[in-house]
Write a protein that binds this ligand. Structure first.
Ligand SMILES: Cc1cc2nc3c(=O)[nH]c(=O)nc-3n(C[C@H](O)[C@H](O)[C@H](O)COP(=O)(O)OP(=O)(O)OC[C@H]3O[C@@H](n4cnc5c(N)ncnc54)[C@H](O)[C@@H]3O)c2cc1C
Length: 572
């Protein structure tokens, strides 16, 4: 008999209410499934709401020469050809329809003079391709998807954290979690579960990511038997705020460079001329990040260890209209008027290209009944993501995962739960309250961020990565002895004690994969292996749990169809 937890049952349970989760929910509802959406924060507050610059789709509204083929080629080249080519193809083909659909549901994009959706330039994109709403595109996207989902009738469980996926044999049949407000437990039964829990940035000290980005979904999927793909590829966005200290890492959107922003070092030199003279500031993020980092390391950085980014040569009214959030962010947080002078910026941990390994068509992981989409899923972006390609990824693969999950639910039998799993989930989550002595979760999180920032950062070496693995072992031992005080009622220390387990699992996966990939490619830069090796381009790194331990294997990549190879070979 199932213990007496508050219980909800759905055909499809979606964990995460960002762009990927909401788009998956809308599609599953359209297929006639009953849908529940669980999220850690309030509906409308998921990390996607912070997205600024825009959403990439070859709409051809500004540059008529654009095409899905060029978008595909840019994405593959940006990802240093390690992308799942089928995902990159579907993404480029379907993104324009997903944008038009968003517009039909009420999204108000900026407009061209003749009333079409306006598109702006972004790093690594051959043409002006980013549909945007000033620098608040994520807000408009979330608002629109949320309205649509509520109208179609999904059930939302807000401020609820999932701590375990429940399995029946090898199949996922639900999830266990707690209400953040009162700490009570809650049980979800489902025929299909979609992981849409976003990224992992909170394992690094300097990050643009929100508090929710603790890698929960990837860790839950890993524990349930799913594979993680190419976890070594973590993107450091070149432009985060570097000053004042309290806001270090906060994103300065790439739209600043898209609108003509210029990078200079302390000597006033436009240093991108040295690193990528063709694309300059609109080079890809991996290259711009390494360039800024190198300028700082060689003594040409700005006073607070970054570079200067200047948009003040543009008319003030234009800057305020196109970059309103950046204008206010700098004015209020750093007392800098960006219409009059430069900003100080430096790299910040921003996005993870790796994630749960999924089937391109359906979003299904290697575990039956378990699907994934958005930043939690891997493959689409290869070794480096182009700006704007995440929001379009959320829509394209959120829809596909919702469809895949609904179709799976139609065929699947009723979920059957295992009491021993529930008891274990309860024991695990309550353990920090039962220890008479033990460590403070905040201290462990602080040390984890130090380790990942200093040893698994922009530039990596064998020595640092081995040191990081040894440090992670120590941190895991400390985290196993974590202790929290107080009650289960809104207790952030207790919440962190659980999130820590996920961050540690994911940090270990990133470090293992970074150590194994003995080459430099995209966002993964090895000082001891500086070259990009053709042989490494033929394989992905896959991590899964085997006999209770983290196991890493090389997975050969299938051949790309001739027509896609031809698109890649065309040099436009
Ligand atoms: C400042 C900033 C600006 C950006 N700008 C752009 C841009 O202009 N264009 C672009 O393409 N990309 C941009 N990105 C990247 C992009 O915003 C993200 O990759 C994307 O929003 C991730 O969406 P998602 O749906 O996968 O997850 P998220 O939006 O991160 O949502 C995750 C959801 O999962 C929930 N969740 C997590 N763990 C649990 C759990 N254990 N239990 C229950 N719920 C859980 C969270 O509460 C949340 O609802 C930006 C990123 C940042 C940080």
């Amino acid at each position: 008999m199932t213990p007496t937890y508050e219980t909800h049952e759905h055909d499809v349970l979606i964990i995460g209410a960002g762009g990927a989760g909401l788009r998956a929910a809308i599609e599953a509802l359209a297929q006639g499934a009953s849908v529940g959406v669980v999220c850690k924060s309030l509906l409308g507050k998921a990390h996607t709401v912070m997205a600024e610059g825009g959403l990439a789709a070859a709409m051809r509204n500004v540059d008529k020469a654009d095409s899905w083929q060029t978008h595909f080629r840019d994405t593959m080249r940006g990802g240093k050809l390690l992308n799942n080519w089928r995902m990159a193809q579907l993404h480029a083909l379907e993104a324009p329809d997903r944008v038009r659909e968003l517009e039909q549901w009420g999204a108000l994009f900026d407009r061209t003079a003749d009333g079409e959706i306006l598109q702006r330039a972004f790093g690594g994109h051959t043409y002006k391709r980013l549909c945007h709403v000033g620098d608040r595109t994520g807000l408009e996207m979330i608002r629109t998807l949320q309205d649509r989902g509520v109208q179609l009738g999904f059930d939302v469980y807000m401020e609820c954290t999932i701590t375990k996926l429940l399995t029946d044999g090898d199949r996922v049949v639900g999830a266990f979690g707690y209400w953040r407000e009162n700490g009570n437990f809650v049980l979800f039964k489902a025929k299909s579960v979609v992981i849409a829990t976003g990224g992992i940035g909170k394992s690094w000290k300097i990050t643009s990511n929100s508090w929710e980005c603790t890698g929960d979904g990837m860790a839950l999927a890993y524990e349930a038997g799913a594979e993680l793909l190419d976890m070594e590829f973590v993107q450091f966005h070149p432009t985060g705020m570097v000053w004042p200290p309290g806001v270090r890492g906060l994103l300065v959107t790439e739209a600043v460079r898209g609108e003509g922003g210029i990078l200079r070092n302390k000597n006033g030199e436009r240093f991108m001329e040295k690193y990528d003279p063709k694309r300059m500031e609109l080079s890809t993020r991996d290259i711009v990040s390494r360039s800024i980092y190198t300028e700082v390391r060689e003594g040409r950085g700005s006073p607070h260890g970054g570079a200067f980014l200047d948009i003040s040569h543009k008319p003030a009214e234009y800057v305020k209209r196109k970059l309103p959030s950046m204008y206010h962010q700098f004015k209020e947080l750093a007392d800098v008027d960006i219409t009059k002078g430069p900003m100080e910026v430096g790299p910040t941990c921003h996005y993870v290209m790796g994630g749960i390994r999924v089937d391109a068509e359906t979003g299904q992981s290697s575990v039956p009944g378990l699907f994934a989409a958005g930043e939690a899923a891997g493959g689409m972006h290869g070794a480096n993501r182009l700006g704007g390609n995440s929001l379009s990824d959320l829509l394209v693969f959120g829809r596909r995962a919702g469809l895949g999950a609904a179709q799976h639910a139609k065929k699947a039998g009723a979920p059957s739960l295992n009491n021993a799993q529930l008891e274990q989930a309860e024991r695990e989550i309550l353990a920090p309250f039962h220890r008479a002595t033990g460590e403070n979760p905040y201290a462990i999180h602080h040390d984890l961020q130090e380790v990942m920032q200093t040893l698994v950062g922009i530039f990596r070496t064998d020595e640092d990565l081995r040191k990081a693995l040894a440090e992670l072992d120590k941190l895991k031992a400390r985290a196993a002895n974590v202790r929290v005080e107080g009650s289960r009622t809104y207790n952030p220390g207790w919440h962190l004690s659980r999130d820590l387990q996920c961050m540690l699992t994911i940090s270990e996966a990133c470090t293992h994969a970074a150590l194994a990939r003995t080459e430099s490619r995209g966002a993964h830069s090895r000082l001891d292996y500086p070259k990009t090796e053709d042989a490494w381009g033929m394989k992905n790194l896959v991590i899964a749990k085997k006999n209770g331990a983290m196991n890493l294997v090389e997975a050969p990549r299938g051949p790309m169809p001739a027509e896609l190879q031809q698109i890649l070979a065309e040099d436009k």
